[in-house]
Design a binder for this molecule. Structure first.
Ligand code: SAM
Length: 276
C-alpha cells in the first residue's frame, strides 16, 4: 500500500497564518494551537490538491484567493453550538428581560452575534413565540450573524437532525419543526413561520463597522469572545453596546467575563448585562 505523506505546518508558515487569523478574525493563535491549525488546514490542502503549507500560504495570500480565505476561516473557526445551550439564559430572557422590555415597547429586535449554525437564533425565536402568545401587537425580528460562510448557509437551510433537537421539549419539537416525509430520514426542518423571523448575514466582529442599521433590545454574544485577546474583547463589546437600545440586555457565554471592562452596562447576573 502506498503511504502518502501528510503535509506538516512549519514555524514560518504557522507565523504567517496565525498573524493573519489573529488580525482578521480575532482568534488568538498561541504556539499551542499549531497542531490544531495544522490538522484543520490539512483538509483544505487535500481538497486543493496542494502538497505543502508553503504552497498553501502562497495560494491563500494571493490577491485573487478571496474564496480560499473564506474557506480557511471556515476551517479554523470552532462552531460548536446546541439548542438549549446554557439554559439559564433562556430562563432569564423569558422571566425577566422580555417582561421588562415589553413595559415600553412591543416591537423587539434581537441579535445573535456569532450565531454559528443557527441553533441559538432559532431557539430565541421559539421563546419569542411563547412570550408573545396572547399579547396582540407584540412582534419581533432576529438578526443572526457569523463570520463563517458554511455556518450561515447551514443556518439558512434550517435543517437539523433528530439528535440535534434532543434537548428541546416535545412541545417545542412539535410546534417548531417539520419532520421529513421520508420515514427513514432523521432530518427535521424549522417551520416556515419561525424561519421567516430569523435573518442571517455575514458580520466579522473584528471589523470597525458592522453595517447594521438597527439597534437591538436583546443581544446574545455567547462563546466567541473567549477566543479573542483582551484588547479585541473590549473593542467588540464596545461596538456591540453601541448597537444596543437603552434598556437592552446583553448575554455573554457563561465562561466569558467583563471583569475590568468599562462597558457602561450594569451586571444583573453571571454573564447577563443591561444597558441603562
Ligand atoms: C463556539 S461558536 C458559538 C455559537 C453560539 N453563540 C453558542 O454559544 O452556541 C463561535 C462562533 O463564533 C464565530 N466567530 C469566530 N470569530 C468570529 C468573528 N471575528 N466574527 C464573527 N463571528 C466569529 C465562529 O464562526 C463560530 O460560529
Amino acid at each position: 500500500m502506498v503511504q502518502t505523506e501528510v503535509p506538516r505546518l512549519e514555524e514560518k508558515e504557522f507565523q504567517k497564518l496565525s498573524q493573519f487569523i489573529e488580525s482578521e478574525v480575532g482568534i488568538k493563535m498561541p504556539p499551542a494551537k499549531k497542531i490544531l491549525i495544522e490538522s484543520r488546514l490539512q483538509k483544505r490542502l487535500k481538497k486543493l490538491n496542494i502538497s505543502s503549507f508553503k504552497e498553501y500560504c502562497d495560494h491563500v495570500f494571493k490577491e485573487s484567493s478571496r474564496e480560499e480565505l473564506i474557506d480557511m476561516i471556515d476551517a479554523i473557526t470552532t462552531n460548536k453550538t446546541d439548542f438549549m445551550r446554557e439554559p439559564a439564559h433562556f430562563d432569564f430572557l423569558v422571566h425577566r428581560a422580555l417582561p421588562d422590555i415589553s413595559n415600553n415597547k412591543n416591537q423587539f429586535k434581537l441579535w445573535s452575534a456569532a450565531s454559528s449554525t443557527g441553533q441559538e437564533p432559532y431557539n430565541l425565536a421559539m421563546f419569542m413565540e411563547e412570550f408573545r402568545r396572547g399579547k396582540s401587537g407584540l412582534d419581533y425580528s432576529i438578526t443572526a450573524t457569523d463570520i463563517s460562510k458554511s455556518c450561515l448557509e447551514k443556518g439558512r437551510s434550517a435543517l437539523y437532525t433528530l439528535k440535534d433537537i434532543d434537548d428541546l421539549t416535545l412541545d417545542f419539537k412539535k410546534k417548531y419543526f417539520l419532520k421529513s416525509k421520508d420515514p427513514g430520514s432523521d432530518q427535521v426542518k424549522i417551520k416556515k413561520h419561525l424561519r421567516d423571523k430569523v435573518h442571517f448575514q455575514s458580520i466579522n466582529l473584528m471589523k470597525d463597522d458592522y453595517g447594521l442599521r438597527d439597534k437591538y433590545d436583546i443581544v446574545f454574544c455567547r462563546n466567541v469572545l473567549i477566543y479573542f485577546d483582551r484588547d479585541n474583547q473590549i473593542k467588540v463589546i464596545n461596538r456591540i453596546v453601541s448597537h444596543m437600545n437603552r434598556g437592552g440586555y446583553l448575554f455573554l457565554g457563561h465562561s466569558e467575563s467583563m471583569a475590568g471592562i468599562n462597558s457602561g452596562l450594569t451586571s444583573l447576573a453571571s454573564s447577563i448585562f443591561k444597558k441603562d
